[in-house]
Design a protein. Structure first.
Length: 405
């Protein structure tokens, strides 16, 4: 349950409970802030660099970058938004892998790419060390509105490899699911049959699966913008993530910049500001991203790593969820007893939840990505051509003749 450090939302951003509201800005200044383009979304510069992007590879650069990030996140700063976008890059992200770089973009598009390999332990210094203000405090503060996409593996890696507790996430997979069917999309959303007792089956928008990154691009990003994030499907090898002989490889920078653009493009589809609804997003995102880190043992199989919407994670009308008392032998989650048969609950043997039963039977089919929505073009009305009969004069010619007389 959220406490005093839980987020409460303003317009497209969050504010920690108990802080004083900022003074109202004039409508002219608000309009200027709303129209101000995000720097990272601009075209690539002539020298090959990206607008608004700063590489952070030394402790001095880290100190300057964190000072600007912390200044941006403070409630007293007169700005319209306080969301901040975070991407993690590395090899085999999980407790078995490692991080290579972390990208942080503020609401104005200023981006800082922290080189985890070059900065080493200085990046994870405790918040009490003012001389080395690393990322630890920023990542562990619960009320920062850190927008990311599926942070389960990144959170698992941060906890077990670097000893950092990632908190305060707004996961776009969860936010999208909770808004699916309520906002405009660029392709037809998948549908499924819903059968309720005593009622005929009907077609409803499918929410059985969470969308992958490629699916989010199809549904929520305009086709003309997808070319600017085409590098996201490229695989970067372990050596590239780890070696810094000639500095950070350009492929890492491009990947993280395009991932930040992806987060921004998708985020812009949804509206925020309702305190209760935003808390639902936040709590649901926290529960989703805790699915891997809470396990003492990982299986990395289809029962654990899949795109199926997990039960007892998404908050629909309330944040209260039934307590888990029985562990599923397949996904290793602690779930309420109603997920199992009476025999399983009584003997505590062969306990398999309803979702894992469906996965094992291969009865769940991933819906196909919808076709693009075609916009109807207005037909231009054809003007009828006037037929001129020989011997007849037009109005203009007759009037001119009369004038001449």
């Amino acid at each position: 349950m959220p406490g005093l450090d839980s987020p409460t939302s303003g317009t497209m951003g969050t504010r920690s409970a108990g802080t004083a509201p900022t003074k109202k800005r004039s409508s002219r200044k608000k309009k200027q802030e709303e129209e101000r383009p995000m720097e990272i979304l601009g075209p690539q510069l002539e020298d090959g660099s990206y607008p608004g992007v700063t590489l952070v590879t030394t402790e001095d650069e880290m100190r300057q970058a964190m000072a600007k990030i912390n200044h941006y996140m403070k409630p007293r700063v007169k700005q319209l938004t306080r969301e901040i976008f975070v991407s993690f890059g590395g090899y085999n992200l999980s407790r078995k892998g490692f991080l290579g770089a972390i990208a942080v973009t503020d609401g104005f598009g200023k981006t800082y790419i922290f080189d985890v390999i070059s900065l080493g332990n200085a990046l994870w210094e405790p918040a009490s060390d003012l001389n080395k203000p690393g990322l630890r405090e920023f990542l562990e503060v619960a009320y920062n509105e850190k927008v990311m996409f599926d942070g389960r593996e990144a959170k698992d890696c941060l906890k077990y490899v670097y000893g950092v507790e990632l908190k305060g996430m707004f996961d776009l997979r969860i936010v999208e699911l909770m808004n699916r069917g309520k906002v405009k999309t660029h392709a037809v959303l998948p549908h499924e049959k819903e059968e309720l007792p005593g009622q005929p089956a009907r077609d409803v928008i499918s929410k059985t699966f969470l969308f992958t990154r490629a699916e989010l691009e199809t549904y929520y990003i305009e086709s003309k913008l997808r070319d600017s994030i085409s590098y996201l499907s490229t695989e970067i090898g372990e050596r590239t993530w780890r070696v810094r002989k000639n500095g950070m490889d350009d492929s890492i920078v491009r990947y993280l910049v395009e991932h930040q653009k992806f987060l921004i493009y998708v985020w812009q589809n949804f509206s925020f500001g309702d305190i209760d609804k935003d808390k639902m997003y936040w709590i649901s995102s926290e529960r989703y991203n805790n699915l891997f880190v809470e396990k003492e043992k990982r299986t990395y199989n289809k029962f654990e790593v899949n795109d199926i919407t997990p039960k007892y994670v998404i908050c629909i009308t309330t944040t209260d969820q039934p307590l888990g008392g029985v562990r599923c032998e397949k996904c290793l989650r602690m779930l309420p007893s109603q997920e199992f048969t009476d025999e399983m609950v009584r003997t505590r043997e062969g306990c398999v939840c309803s979702i894992c039963v469906l996965i094992e039977s291969n009865s769940l089919k991933t819906p196909k990505v919808g076709a693009a929505i075609k916009t109807k073009k207005k037909k231009k009305k054809k003007k009828k051509k006037k037929v001129r009969i020989e011997g007849e004069e037009g109005d203009d010619s007759s009037s001119s003749d009369e004038d001449d007389e």
